[in-house]
Design a protein around this ligand. Structure first.
Ligand SMILES: [Zn+2]
Length: 279
């Protein structure tokens, strides 16, 4: 096969795949390649969550647990209903991190609380993480990984031989072999980060938290550059991140004004976690 044929084959394969295996992101309507099912992603999320909870030290501070639960439930109540069974876990660790696995399995490390300072900033973090899960960024990355691993020619041959079978177990398993990396270890793409920023801003505003707090949080966080905590290494600060959020602020402000209950910045994080973080 010459180069031109090969490129044509890739394009045709891509178009065929997209026609058969594309989803749209709830909230932005962006089209995304999706070879996995939500049920498969959620099952992987639940497995990974059980592993995290089994290996990390749980936080026993009732105030911190209540804070995360309260903010998380308010966000979950306004996020698109994807049939998630939300769970919120607080882990006692200096690690500056938080994540939401597919299916709504959320973990917050106490190390991120000093950077949040109040409920609204925590809502910005959790809204962003829930945004990744709602937008199925994990599944999208697994799908992209499957495509890369299968390779254009191999995939084309498989598709030709079997008809387009986007949930074909062999294809899906190629992606799932690397699934755990895609769920939490590798950084999301810039496109995914900006999309999660936007979705998180919308959720926090709908939940009744002042959306301007999100900009303050990301600016504080950008000041951490050079210290490379986990959350920052997987959420690289970009120079235009705050500017992009600022541009979306009028839309978020309108939703905040329309929210049935307004909490402003909400309560402060418990005092023991409020000390100014070493930056
Ligand atoms: Zn992110």
């Amino acid at each position: 096969m010459n180069a031109r044929c090969w490129i044509c084959c890739l394009i045709i394969t891509g178009l065929t795949l997209c026609a058969a295996a594309c989803a749209r992101v709830d909230g932005t309507n962006r089209q995304q390649l999706m070879l996995t099912s939500e049920a498969q992603e959620n099952q992987l999320g639940a497995q990974a969550y059980a592993e995290v909870k089994g290996s990390e030290k749980p936080c026993t501070d009732p105030a911190a647990i209540a804070l995360v639960e309260r903010v998380g439930r308010r966000l979950a109540a306004v996020a698109p209903n994807k049939g998630f069974t939300y769970e919120f876990t607080v882990l006692e660790s200096q690690t500056i991190n938080a994540f939401c696995l597919p299916g709504g399995k959320v973990a917050v490390y106490t190390g991120i609380l000093p950077w949040c300072q109040d409920e609204a900033s925590l809502a910005a973090v959790l809204g962003h993480e829930i945004g990744h899960a709602i937008a199925r960024h994990g599944g999208e990355r697994m799908s992209q990984g499957t495509l890369q691993q299968a390779g254009g020619q191999t995939l084309a041959a498989i598709l030709e031989a079997r008809g387009v079978a986007p949930t074909n177990s062999q294809l899906v398993m190629l992606g799932f072999n690397a699934g755990s990396q895609y769920l939490g270890v590798l950084p999301y793409s810039r496109q995914h980060e900006l999309e999660a920023d936007y979705l998180g801003l919308i959720y926090m505003a709908k939940a009744g938290y002042d959306p301007t707090a999100a900009i303050g949080f990301w600016q504080r966080f950008a000041a951490l550059s050079g210290k490379t905590p986990t959350f920052l290494s997987t959420h690289p600060a970009s120079t235009d991140r705050a500017a992009r959020l600022q541009a979306k602020l009028p839309e978020a402000q309108a939703l905040y004004q329309a929210a049935p209950q307004k909490f402003g910045v909400g309560e402060l994080v418990p005092e023991k976690y409020r000390a100014k973080p070493a930056g």
